[in-house]
Ligand binder design. Structure first.
Ligand SMILES: [Zn+2]
Length: 564
């Protein structure tokens, strides 16, 4: 209270009751946690919601033009993040002593009216396919034109999964051929067989393209059936109507025709091949031992023209050195790119990406600052990578996984942040994969201390585990987790939180209206940053490296981890 006011109050004849402030320090926003040094606790407590706000506000200004990779706005965002690293004392850990890791990309757009696909049976006339309504395709090789005349091999689900004793490729050679396959994975109610109802990576279309490319196929025809894909043909068509980027020279993206075909077209193809009913064949292909790959007496003929643009975008990588060698390094990731500007949209056409993923960047920058300015050094080095081209298919993080700042074997843990709505203080968290690593008991302990109820994946069929940047590192073997918040917030019931997140998804997600709001409450972002700070610190302090649990789909990659 201001001094003059005290006199005024007293002069007014009000008896001022003298009281003594209880001289207790303000409660720390970071709970006491066994094993966490007090210096680390102080560093975590210094994480400031208003600093996160400042980062989110700046990164989502119209001036940054939606942070599209390879655009001026994207470069400005990368420069901003690098500058913050420098100001906070975070060391560069990119190429040649800089903060920047160059990611070479190629954007491909299929020129629809110059591209032709047809099915040519051994006898009879070829059948032309209507581009857009019957087939869509991308040439992943980044060539302007491609011509294909190759036999089609039906490979069921196109899955080779030794842990489930499943191989759709037995006895076939795909080199120079086209693989016809079903979207999703064999249906199962048994958690030991393709994880029951949950989607494994084998069910993702990205896996199917990669696996066929590894086997030397020149193309894949993915059969779309709405119930199996979980989305309609329009979604496939729209997502293919725009430019798509790939890493340049990516060995897992070598298909000249990475295509989807309509269910009806696939049926026509089977009829041409004399194989009968498609849906019956799909049923058959999902049963163990009931299906064998078969080369069809039909060839795919195609002439494909693409508009191709090569460009470079940067991951921004920083490092805070640890007290001892790097061999238990922890890495924090958050993508900074968003969708840029869409010239075809009328009115506001800037995709500001304030929540997606300005919030993750703000959190990452505050965690980095707290580590760099911590009164005690973390046990081992801590890395911070704000990655590019996530919206293009996790490309920046894929490149980071292929070119990590320290060998993969020395990486203890990746903690990723993507899109945390700043709408209050969360009381629940979801950490996707975290129950699949042996660090899980520590995660549970820290969550309890932070008053965060840990939530199971709300929709395992959606395969969220494969749709954020942590997956790019997980597949190289690094234990990797995305830290998300649930729907329960202080002062509200869960229904309120669900409403907020549904409203965001419906009205703002991937829309120009994902904009910074002055009424956003960043205390929750700060809480999730402190939570992640503590997890990272404890991971770096573990006496042994963190592992995937036995039998996990990423365990093999961890065991094969390169040490150089
Ligand atoms: Zn996004």
């Amino acid at each position: 209270m201001h001094r003059k006011l005290i006199f005024a109050v007293m002069a007014a004849g009000i008896v001022a009751v003298p009281f003594v402030h209880a001289q207790q320090p303000a409660a720390s926003p970071v709970p006491e946690i066994a094993g966490l040094p007090s210096g680390a606790r102080a560093a975590a407590a210094s994480i400031d919601p208003e600093k996160i706000r400042a980062h989110v506000r700046f990164l989502s200004l119209d001036l940054l033009e939606g942070r599209g990779p390879g655009t001026r706005g994207g470069e400005l965002a990368a420069e901003y993040i690098a500058t913050q690293f420098a100001l906070d004392g975070v060391e560069p850990a990119g190429d040649n002593g800089t903060y920047f890791q160059h990611v070479p990309l190629v954007a491909v757009h299929t020129i629809e009216d110059k591209t032709k696909f047809s099915l040519a049976p051994a006898t009879g006339q070829p059948v032309d396919l209507a581009y857009g309504t019957e087939i869509v395709s991308k040439d992943q090789t980044g060539q302007a034109t491609a011509d294909i005349d190759a036999p089609i091999v039906f490979v069921g689900y196109g899955i080779d999964a030794p842990e489930y004793n499943w191989n759709d490729y037995t006895g076939v050679d795909l080199k120079g051929k086209i693989a016809l396959m079903i979207v999703n994975q064999p249906p199962s109610n048994d958690v030991k067989f393709f994880k029951g109802n949950a989607l494994t990576y084998y069910g993702r279309w990205t896996y199917k393209y990669e696996e066929a490319a590894r086997r030397g196929a020149v193309g894949v025809l993915l059969i779309h059936r709405t119930d199996l894909a979980a989305y309609g043909w329009e979604v496939v068509r729209n997502s293919q109507a725009i430019e798509k980027s790939y890493l340049q020279n990516d060995p897992s993206a070598r298909l000249q025709a990475a295509a989807w075909i309509q269910h009806d077209v696939a049926q026509r193809l089977l009829t041409l091949a004399g194989l009968g009913d498609l849906d019956k064949t799909i049923d058959q292909a999902g049963k163990p031992g009931a299906f064998h790959a078969v080369e069809l007496p039909v060839r795919l003929r195609a002439h494909i023209e693409s508009r191709v643009r090569r460009y470079v975008s940067d991951n921004v990588v920083g490092r805070v050195p640890g007290a001892s060698a790097d061999n238990q390094a922890v890495i924090y990731t958050a993508h900074y790119d968003h969708l840029g500007i869409d010239p075809d949209v009328k009115g506001d056409n800037i995709y500001n990406g304030a929540a997606d993923n300005g919030t993750g960047c703000g959190i990452l920058l505050e965690i980095a600052r707290a580590y760099a300015q911590s009164p005690v050094r973390p046990p081992h080095a801590v890395y911070f990578a704000s990655v590019t081209a996530e919206e293009q298919g996790l490309l920046g993080s894929q490149f980071l996984g292929q070119h990590p700042p320290v060998p993969t074997a020395q990486m203890a843990l990746d903690l990723n942040y993507d899109m945390l709505l700043p709408i209050g203080v969360p009381r629940s968290a979801s950490l996707g994969n975290a129950d699949r690593i042996d660090f899980w008991p520590t995660v549970q302990r820290v969550a309890v201390a932070f008053d965060l109820a840990l939530l199971p994946d709300p929709n395992p069929r959606a395969g969220h585990a494969y749709r954020s940047d942590h997956f790019s590192l997980a597949r190289t073997g690094i234990p990797a987790v995305s830290i998300g918040q649930g729907n329960l917030f202080e002062g509200h019931d869960e229904a309120w939180g669900r409403e907020q997140s549904q409203d965001y998804v419906r009205h703002h997600y991937h829309q120009p209206s994902d904009e910074y709001r002055v009424d956003w409450d960043f205390r929750g972002n700060a809480k999730m940053a402190r939570f992640g700070f503590v997890l990272g610190w404890l991971a770096s302090q573990q006496p042994k490296s963190i592992e995937w649990l036995p039998g996990d789909e990423f365990e093999a990659a961890r065991k094969a981890r390169p040490t150089q």
